[in-house]
Design a protein around this ligand. Structure first.
Ligand SMILES: Nc1ncnc2c1ncn2[C@@H]1O[C@H](COP(=O)(O)OP(=O)(O)OP(=O)(O)O)[C@@H](O)[C@H]1O
Ligand SMILES: [Mg+2]
Length: 270
């Protein structure tokens, strides 16, 4: 599936405000949209879960973060999203000219938690619309009264993800793969620059997982940056434009696609 057909919007040429590339359409994997420097984080004030993580999320690229259970992947994503504050280090979300200036930079970053965070009793459509809450006024969002154009956009986004027939179905009646699609639709409705997705396809059969990851790749080719955590080496080898490996709270590898074989990944994870 082609990126345009998923997003239903004009290809954007996001421009960074950082020194390199301001005003230019970026090459995939070129300029940064999030820059994390020397992140240290502890939940209990004793054991550090992030130990000096430095990482750049590149525009228009699909960055896969590989790491064993407990290596700190979820904590890293929460820190990049600003849900947890590091005791030391900084996270900088670099401006993107597609963003509405009135919105906080936080809206530029969509976060798909490990459990997806959908409202089970709401329909696929209503869940997707919650992604647009930050874009409509407070009164309208309180009344859940969305402009017609936003409603149409949500329907289109869901349809393009292959779920047109389940628009009004409550999420609790959807399959795992269908829920992933609703979560993607909700993230896209936020019009983010970056999507952080935690263990996004771990629960799915390999064919559905591939289908969803192909969609995510198409989204990234549209200029939306993706950071996806996983512990599956074949997913990283197949889909990572950038490969980041975490171990025990640190980044032990950060390189382009092909910089590490699957065997190499297994070896450094051991
Ligand atoms: N809310 C919390 N309070 C205290 N410790 C926590 C909390 N959340 C995570 N931890 C600890 O931090 C470490 C890293 O957890 P994290 O969830 O970031 O790992 P992960 O790489 O995402 O693992 P998984 O692959 O199992 O999801 C673990 O040792 C975990 O026990
Ligand atoms: Mg996790």
């Amino acid at each position: 599936m082609d990126a345009r057909s998923i997003l239903g919007m004009q290809a954007a040429a996001p421009a960074g405000t950082q020194a390199s590339g301001a005003g230019n359409a970026p090459a995939p994997g070129g300029s940064l949209c999030i820059e994390a420097r020397d992140l240290w984080f502890t939940y209990d004030g004793r054991a550090y879960v992030l130990k000096g993580v430095t990482l750049g999320v590149r525009r228009g690229a699909m960055t896969m973060v590989l790491g064993r259970s407990g290596s700190g992947k979820t904590t890293l994503l929460k820190t990049l999203k600003g849900l947890t504050r590091p005791q030391r280090g900084t996270v900088t979300v670099l401006a993107d000219d597609r963003l509405d200036d009135r919105r906080a930079p936080a809206h530029a970053v969509a976060y798909l938690p490990q459990g997806l965070g959908l409202v089970r009793s709401l329909s696929a459509l209503d869940n997707a619309l919650t992604g647009a809450l930050s874009r409509v006024g407070t009164l309208r969002s309180l009344a859940r009264s969305f402009p017609k154009a936003t409603l149409e956009e949500a329907k289109e986004t869901i349809a393009r993800l292959g779920l047109a027939h389940k628009l009004y179905e409550p999420v609790y009646r959807l399959s795992g793969g269908e829920r992933q699609r609703v979560a993607i639709a909700r993230a896209l409705m936020q019009k983010p620059s970056v999507i952080l997705a935690d263990e996004f396809v771990s629960q799915l059969d390999p064919i559905t997982a591939d289908e969803i990851l192909e969609m995510m790749r198409a989204v990234s080719r549209e200029g939306i940056s993706l950071l996806i955590t996983t512990h599956e080496t074949h997913v990283v080898a197949r889909f990572g434009d950038r490969i980041v490996v975490m171990r025990d709270g640190g980044v032990i590898h950060d390189g382009p696609s092909g910089s590490l074989s699957e065997d190499g990944m297994v070896a450094i994870l051991r």
